[in-house]
Design a binder for this molecule. Structure first.
Ligand SMILES: Cc1cc2nc3c(=O)[nH]c(=O)nc-3n(C[C@H](O)[C@H](O)[C@H](O)COP(=O)(O)OP(=O)(O)OC[C@H]3O[C@@H](n4cnc5c(N)ncnc54)[C@H](O)[C@@H]3O)c2cc1C
Length: 468
């Protein structure tokens, strides 16, 4: 790999969000210095910032993502809990209603999910990353209020990043080039790499989209009487016959987040009165009834770009030397499945493992790391596009026979999982990204799914916790 003019190995990470910060951890020890280029200035407190617009909406961190986070940065889950993140065991602490009825409330304790607002999560992770980096041999610098506006190099190799300062008053909106041995695009769902490729004389990577046309609207609440607050979060995702859903979960400081969603033709309103009325139109009245016991703390915020979009940077020839793509910049998911942050952590872990196993940055390691990232993305991608297929547009990527069969099977398995602790455990292992999809076709799971009769779930939200 090329070295910079001072003979050192340097990396530039575009985007100081979740994936960007975890990229710093993945690279620590393999380069002499990492510069993070972040368009925003980080706020003083744990508050919302413009560069992560989805941060106002409900975010849960699945157990697979937590494990990856802990491997990268030991102690982070405890730090998140200390900062107020709420721990929810699935399915015990998240009552879920699907097309066939309410899921039984098994006390299985295999999967702890963290529920916390994004500003808190991002701040804690950033602090953990910078603390760990300070103890490593790699120097880390974060350039805030600095926007990446292009790549330098040629079709075969990326050699740096063109940046522009966003602080108009001090240095003006000056542009400059930052050279680097490695550039990581972690700039999120608005990544401009396909356009930047064109300027380097490259063709854009192959892109797949499956768009359910889902929109989100979210509002923060506080139960009027904490003593009578529900003892579990609630999840009523939409289904084809009733494509409107809601999830209501506790977060830090005794607050609760309510996110409602609907596919094309069912988009939730951001007007406050209409938002409340919308909650009465989802597949079950339970969430609407709970709102009578809660006071709103925020306006309603909407979000529309929820397409599953995957750019195949791992394909042969799709990646120039000295370049890597991580997090939403490479793959975004319909957020209703709660996977994006976990996949970002699994991707960063895949990069770190590839570098560690391959003896650091060598020619070809980035392509190898990008393939490892793709393997980390694959299970979540298949689950999301399989579930969204009924809502897809005609020009979206077409389902092959394999995907059609798996969608039929998953539909049966999902119904069974609501009432069967064995199938339910397997479903959660895969859904929470702790086991490969092959777990869903293990003989015991296959037989129970295909041959046991399809039965409805419970008619109302379960109060009773069942031991398993
Ligand atoms: C509505 C919604 C709800 C979601 N809910 C969940 C959930 O429950 N669970 C879950 O795991 N995932 C969820 N996700 C997905 C999750 O938000 C993303 O997967 C995650 O934020 C990806 O991290 P990232 O670092 O790749 O991108 P981001 O977090 O978006 O960070 C990108 C960063 O890059 C910076 N940036 C952008 N462009 C530039 C530039 N040109 N130069 C410099 N900096 C730049 C931005 O300012 C930002 O800091 C949800 C997504 C949405 C849209």
């Amino acid at each position: 790999m090329a070295e910079d003019s001072k003979g050192g190995r340097t990396a530039i990470v575009i985007g100081g969000g979740l994936a960007g910060m975890l990229a710093v951890t993945a690279l620590a020890g393999h380069v002499d210095a990492v510069t993070v280029v972040e368009r925003d200035r980080y706020p003083d407190g744990q508050t919302f910032r413009k560069g992560v617009p989805q941060a106002r909406h409900l975010h849960i961190l699945l157990s697979g993502g937590q494990r990856a986070l802990e491997e990268l940065l030991p102690g982070t889950v405890a730090a998140l809990c200390e900062a107020g993140a709420r721990s929810l065991y699935l399915p015990r602490d998240l009552l879920t209603r699907s097309a066939t009825g309410w899921q039984r409330r098994f006390d299985e304790r295999r999967h702890l999910t963290l529920s916390v607002t994004r500003p808190v999560l991002d701040t804690v992770v950033r602090q953990q990353v910078l603390r760990a980096a300070a103890a490593s041999a790699t120097r880390v610098e974060v350039l805030e209020a600095t926007e990446a506006i292009g790549l330098t190099g040629d079709a075969g190799r990326v050699t740096g990043v063109r940046v522009r300062s966003r602080d108009g008053d001090a240095g003006g909106r000056s542009e400059r080039e930052l050279p680097a041995t490695l550039v990581v695009d972690a700039s999120g769902r608005g990544s401009r790499t396909p356009q930047w490729y064109a300027a380097l004389g490259r063709t854009a990577p192959r892109e797949e989209t499956v768009d359910a046309g889902l929109a989100y609207a979210t509002r923060m609440y506080r139960p009027k009487d904490p003593a009578t607050a529900p003892d579990a979060g609630v999840n009523v995702p939409g289904w084809p016959e009733c494509p409107r859903g809601a999830a209501y979960v506790p977060v830090e400081d005794g607050k609760w987040l309510l996110t409602v969603s609907g596919v094309r033709g069912h988009h939730p309103p951001t007007d406050e009165a209409e938002f409340t009325a919308f909650t009465a139109t989802i597949g079950d009245p339970y969430v609407h009834e709970l709102l009578a016991q809660a006071e709103p703390l925020s306006p309603v915020h909407g979000f529309r770009d929820t397409c599953n979009r995957r750019r195949h940077y791992e394909r042969p020839g799709a990646l120039p030397e000295g370049f890597l793509v991580l997090g939403d910049a490479g793959c975004t998911f319909n957020p209703v499945y709660g996977q994006g942050m976990s996949v970002a952590a699994l991707g960063a872990l895949a990069v770190r493992t590839t570098l560690a196993d391959g003896g650091g940055l060598r020619p070809g390691t980035t392509a190898e790391a990008q393939r490892a990232v793709a393997r980390a993305v694959e299970p979540a991608w298949l689950a999301a596009v399989g579930s969204d297929r009924p809502y897809a547009r005609p020009d979206d990527a077409k389902a092959g026979l394999g995907e059609r069969l798996s969608t039929w099977y998953i539909d049966r398995l999902f119904a069974r999982a609501a009432i069967d602790p064995v199938v339910g455990a397997a479903f959660r292992d895969v859904f929470c990204l702790t086991a490969p999809p092959a777990r869903l076709v293990a003989p015991q799971i296959f037989l129970r799914t295909v041959f046991l009769p399809r039965r409805p779930g419970l008619p109302s939200p379960p109060a009773v916790i069942e031991r398993v």
